[in-house]
Design a protein. Sequence first.
Length: 586
Amino acid sequence: MSKGNLKHTWEVIGRLYKVTRRYLKFLLLGVLATIFMSCADSGLIWLLKPVMDKGFIAKDAHFLFMLPFAILVLFLIRGGASFCSRYFINRVSRNVVMIFRQKLFKKYLRLPLDYFDANNSGQMLSTLIYNVEQVSEASSDTLIVILRESTYLVGLITVMFISSWQLSSLFIVIVPPVYWLAKWSSVRMKRLSMNVQDSITDVTKAADAGLKGNKLIKLSSTYSLEVGRFNDITQKARHRELKIVITNALSTCSVQMLMGLPIAGILAIALFPSLHITPGSFAVVITALFSLLRPLQRLSSVNSILQKGVAGAESIFSVLDLHEEVDSGTISNIKRSGVLEVKDMHFQYKHTDVDVLRGINLLVRPGESLAVVGRSGAGKSTLVNLLTRFYLPQRGGVFFDNLNINDYKLDVFRRQFAFVSQQTFLFDDTIANNILYGVSRSVSPKELDRVIDAAYLRDFVDQLPQGVDTLIGQDGVLLSGGQRQRMAIARALLRDAPILILDEATSSLDSETEFHIQAAIDEVLSERTSIVIAHRLSTIEKADNILVLDGGEIIEQGSHRALLAQSGLYSTLHRMQFKEAPSPVC
């Protein structure tokens, strides 16, 4: 291992220690218990010498009487120490798992939207679940093995040299090759562990895509294709995992073969009379040598788990070190009816050099309604994401009450918006809790009933045996698309926000439901500022101002009648829709 890699590994271990040091007292108790357990194991082997020499040969009656009590005490010490070792060290490791998962989840929620654009949810889940568990193993099982087996190893060697330093000196022969094996194994295990983590991420991503896209797979009859793709990925993961098994096995069996050298040498010279080796000393040295196989084997194999833990910790820290959403604002006092303005705004996504929006200028006064239309890819949703500070523009900016929105505290600013998207997300919770989600004030049952009626949910809710307390499943899987969107509208109606953003809010509704919902929305919009991204142009005819986006630029702007009179893109799109031709708007 190079000095740079070794230094980096110790830096990772140092950061892990900072997380675990708050539980230092439990860790120390576990360490002490482990040392007591190893000393008890070594003591049992040391007892072989007096058992052979005083018991079987000298027939010492007092010794034979005390021997059972001594063995019982040693086993009691070992049993209690074993329990304390596992409990206290695993208590630390499970706390480490909890802390890292809490930190990662908190970090994910604070990362900017462009991170989620560039990273798969399966990859993030793999880090949150699998990589954290690797750190747990490294901080519990590995620590137990290293402490127990290293102290046991030292105890056995001490017992050997106390019993017969002449015979035990042969053990030194195998120290250099064992050290070289451990060094080679460490370097290779770390590299292989990183590869295995990448494979697990690929497996998670493929499984996540297959499970989420199961309807498309069924409709496309691509079952065999997806199964084959998943099989290829899992076979690659198996191949990489087997490399770790092979490396571990080679390291272990090499140590075992090296142990044959001192054992053979001891057997060859032990019978020389000039050495004065007693039967008890010979038995202790041979038993200790054979017992050395266990700590040497486990210490060599534990390296794979240790390197997995280090690799897992590296991936966790790489996420925790990412920059969060920019939130440098200091203003928390926002007027409830502010002016929203965009000045010469240009925006492009990361890793691209093409402007998605160029030279955007618009003004929305309190109580006004602004509609945004255009072809697919014109930049409508991107504009909304910039207004709510999900992205930051490269030039220009968004202003609220004549102040740049970056001057406001992020959470405070976003509370000025209620948002309904065509891609409605619902929690695996009750209907009531989903509608109330994000509402900071107390809501009475009467007020909840009012928004349920306004969102045209009453007939649906009344048919359910538990009413608003009915669970809707993960992401509202038990609801239709229209019901999901109506719940999102009810949530937005209940949220006390001065600006309402509707991103194709009625796209999943049938004509009758849309009529009722639109009436409810019109009533609410009369009291609030609204920004509407529309697919159906008939829903925005009453808007105070309509922007027509094309190629990232505003090419037309005005009222519904004014735009129709211009005979431009808006007029063309309007004619296409009302002739029931396929519309390029989305």
